[in-house]
Design a protein around this ligand. Structure first.
Ligand code: BG6
Length: 505
């Protein structure tokens, strides 16, 4: 049921790409559904000098694809105000505070404030400090801080940042965004696990052979070369999104589905992920960078030729790793993960590969070597959402040939259109004060500890890169990582293209 939540949104970085692409459209969807209605106002801030009218035009443009009526545009954008702002200038915070108080009164917001930092992390500390010292936080309503990733660049910088923010906001007021946690099917992982006894009773090392998580992207770095070249796939995707998905898959069932209980279990799971030493990193984690390549009629340039990227860049655009979770449930089960840019297809999916039957009773006599295909539960996160289960059946006809069949449930396009965008969900959660789908400091800290050693090991050595052509599913070492343990990636979107001659072998 929708409810008209009262709040003032102060968006730092209000002229930026994230605000335009994600925040304003998400706010509009919430507005349309009545989750925010009469009692909300938005202040956009950034260095540029913009008028309220110009800001409203930009906001109107950002929601065009949602096909608003003229009336809707006017009603919605009339809640938007712009204040040019230098984040280092104390006096300018006072101006911001005065505007905030005025809007609070005008829209009867009861002092509820949501500060959204959609800017480079180096400003997070100073902004939080000023919000507190210049009393833009209120005593009456709630004051919450939403921050975007990256949260630090390693454990040490993350801790420093947390310390700075913590001087102004308490942990329960801090909402660290990991937009994967807003995705419908990521949230559905818990429903699949804890709502179905047939899965939860098998969810352990006795029945599961391996867990595979793929976050593949077909795009390159687009206009973000400057940022990405400093970050790389490990920090951009593994430290946050991938380890969050790992924790949801690996956690123990919470006693009750509450924010605190879930968080405790996620943190426990992350703390059980083995922290490698350098030797183990070399054996269990591989990286890659894309070179030129083509897929069908499309040719792509190499990463090093992308704008903003150093010509001899060693930055990885691909990571594959085996993580081990040293606890009673998961001992010995590899969690294989991979992510990369310019791969064959965009797709996020999880494959839970179950152990084969102890023996293949359908084998030829004297043939002790055959195994039946494994049962696989696949959770599709995007672009389609849903899940499938691969089971073995009998092929129709003579003899007794086993034929894997797939029970497939994917959401129809209609459902997908209605599926709330990740940011919309997360903003609404934050308005309601529900931090379940945000990352707690302990999770961030533990994730950095897991990836820091990988980064340090890699920084000591150069890799022969580029080592995979754009359009492929990554470097050979990512396939070898599984093969050397008798496993293989379940999802192979490249095979189809190779068979059609559209991708080189
Ligand atoms: C972001 C990364 O966090 O996630 C991007 O910074 C990446 O590099 C993006 O492209 C992927 O998100 P999604 O929702 O498109 O899978």
């Amino acid at each position: 049921m929708s409810q008209d939540n009262k709040a003032l949104f102060i968006i730092f970085g209000g002229t930026g790409d994230l605000a335009k692409r994600k925040l304003y459209p998400s706010l509009f969807r919430l507005f349309r559904k009545g989750n925010i209605n009469k009692h909300f106002a938005v202040i956009g801030t950034a260095r540029r000098e913009w008028s309220d009218d110009y800001f409203r035009e930009i906001v109107a443009e950002s929601i065009e694809t949602l096909h608003p009526t003229k009336q809707e545009i006017n009603d919605f954008t009339s809640h938007f105000y712009y204040q040019s702002h230098n984040v280092n200038d104390t006096e300018e915070y006072q101006v911001l505070g005065t505007l905030a108080n005025r809007l609070d009164e005008e829209y009867q917001l009861d002092g509820n404030r949501l500060f959204y930092l959609a800017m480079a992390p180096r400003f997070f500390g100073t902004i939080s400090k000023h919000i507190k010292s210049e009393q833009i936080m209120t005593e009456t309503g709630f004051s919450r801080l939403i921050i975007e990733k990256p949260f630090g660049t390693d454990y040490q910088t993350a801790e420093q940042l947390n310390h700075e923010i913590g001087a102004a906001f308490k942990e329960e007021q801090i909402f660290r965004i990991d937009h994967y946690l807003g995705k419908e099917m990521v949230q559905n992982i818990s429903a699949v696990r804890f709502g179905n006894n047939i899965f939860e009773s098998l969810w352990n090392h006795k029945y599961i052979e391996s867990v595979q998580i793929t976050l593949a992207e077909s795009l390159g770095v687009e206009e973000r070369g400057g940022y990405y070249d400093q970050s790389g796939a490990l920090k951009d995707m593994v430290q946050n999104h991938i380890l969050q998905v790992v924790s949801l898959l690996a956690m123990e069932p919470p006693t009750i589905f509450s924010e605190e209980a879930i968080r405790t279990e996620k943190i426990n799971a992350l703390k059980s992920v083995r922290i490698y030493d350098e030797q183990a990193v070399k054996e269990s984690v591989v990286r890659g960078q894309y070179g030129q390549g083509s897929l069908g009629d499309h040719s792509f340039s190499s990463y090093r030729d992308e704008p903003g990227v150093e010509e001899n860049s060693q930055t990885e655009t691909f990571v594959a790793a085996k993580f081990m979770i040293d606890n009673f449930r998961w001992a010995g089960v590899p969690f294989y993960v991979r992510t990369g840019k310019r791969l064959t297809e965009k797709g996020t999916r999880i494959n839970i590969v179950f152990k084969s039957t102890p023996i293949n009773v359908f084998r030829e006599e004297n043939d002790t070597n055959t195994n039946l295909p494994e049962n696989i539960l696949t959770i599709y996160i995007q672009p389609t959402e849903g899940f499938s289960l691969t089971l073995n059946g009998k092929e129709i006809g003579d003899g007794f040939n086993i034929d894997p069949v797939k029970l497939d449930y994917r959401h129809s396009q209609e459902n997908l259109d209605n599926s709330p965008e990740a940011y919309e969900k997360l903003i609404l959660d934050c308005l309601k004060g529900d931090a379940t789908n945000f990352t707690h400091w302990d999770e961030v800290a533990t994730s950095w500890k897991i990836v820091d050693i990988i980064r340090h090991t890699w920084d000591k050595e150069t890799e022969q890169i580029p080592n995979y052509p754009a359009g492929s599913m990554g470097p050979k070492c990512a396939f070898d990582l599984l093969e050397k343990e008798g496993h293989k990636w379940v999802w192979e979107p490249d095979t189809w293209y190779k068979n059609k001659g559209q991708l080189k072998d």
